[in-house]
Write a protein that binds this ligand. Structure first.
Ligand code: 6CS
Length: 315
């Protein structure tokens, strides 16, 4: 049997190497009875098209970013809220591993759309790039900020007075180059590997949010798996949590060093002080009310529970 595994990234990038490692482990555990075929981003349409392919069962597995289900699974936009998770990426990953709000309640919201998230994992803290050099909220004024397909991501940047617009990442380099968009957020490995630093003068180390990806499966396909195969899939997904944490950590630090030493495409790296971050945080907090009142279909219950879990993890 062959299982297709689509990702939103390309050769060498975190999501794609995740799929390759997952494939290797499944093949080993099933003595070659199951072949997992990883697909890099690009051949199967946009990220939003890929979501549909998983829902339709055209593919069995996908690494999916919640931002691209932003117009469908409302609760999934919870990850768009800035300064919600702890500053420590490690503690954030622990919460992603153990949170009932996410692993039970949010999963149910996705399953209503034939998507079963099996795990949530960080690809690292996100940073802002631009030509203006963002170090205070006023720098966002009117800035054409690229976001994924999520109304809450739009709201989050409107809170800083930016002009956000949704775009697939395949159009992002050209968009930044031509100035149709002027800024974007991503983890460092992705900024460098996708070469956004070539067309952006500065990177602000804002750590305003984590990039969260989900390992997802088609709900019906998953429920039809034999108990034996389901256990193999579940165990492998669980083992991969530590593996992918190490991988993103390694890539984010290696690419930061590359960026710092890149004399051909120099990037000014702007480190924010805690006071500077606080100015953004203050504007970001009210977006949580918007999430509760306008986005959530469960009156913010998942956010409330997650907030308690975060508070407990930070004690
Ligand atoms: O910015 C994006 O849309 C892309 N960023 C990452 C880290 N992975 C895939 C995604 O499409």
């Amino acid at each position: 049997d062959t299982w297709r595994f689509i990702t939103e990234e390309t050769q060498g990038q975190v999501q794609f190497v995740y799929a390759e490692e997952f494939a290797k482990r499944i093949s080993e555990k099933t003595d070659g009875a199951i072949t997992v075929e990883p697909y890099e981003y690009g051949g199967l349409g946009s990220e939003v098209d890929q979501v549909k392919q998983l829902q339709d069962g055209a593919v069995e597995l996908a690494v999916m970013s919640p931002g691209f289900t932003g117009n469908m699974v409302m609760e999934g936009q919870i990850f768009a809220l800035h300064f919600l998770f702890p500053d420590s990426v490690e503690t954030t990953q622990e919460i992603l591993n153990t949170s009932e709000a996410l692993n039970t309640d949010l999963v149910e919201r996705y399953e209503a759309h034939d998507i079963t998230p099996l795990s949530f994992w960080t690809e690292g803290a996100m940073q802002w790039t631009s030509n203006v050099g963002i170090d205070e909220p006023a720098d966002f004024d009117g800035l054409k900020m690229r976001v994924q397909e999520s109304p809450l991501m739009m709201k989050s940047y409107e809170a800083y007075d930016a002009s956000p617009q949704a775009l697939s990442w395949s159009e992002l380099y050209t968009g930044l180059d031509r100035g149709t968009v002027e800024g974007q957020e991503n983890p460092i490995f992705f900024i460098y590997d996708a070469a956004f630093h070539e067309v952006q003068d500065t990177m602000t180390v804002s750590n305003h949010n984590n990039y969260v990806a989900m390992t997802t499966v088609n709900t019906e396909w998953y429920s039809d798996l034999s108990d034996e195969l389901k256990t193999i899939v579940d165990d492998t997904v669980e083992e991969m949590q530590d593996w992918v944490f190490e991988e993103q950590d390694r890539q984010n630090s290696e690419f930061l060093t590359e960026m710092e030493n890149d004399t051909e495409n120099p990037t000014e790296i702007i480190e924010l002080t805690e006071d500077q971050r606080a100015a953004f945080r203050e504007l970001a907090i009210p977006v949580r009310d918007y999430y509760r009142e306008e986005v959530s279909e469960v009156d913010g219950a998942i956010l409330d529970k997650l907030q308690e879990e975060i508070d407990a993890a930070m004690e």
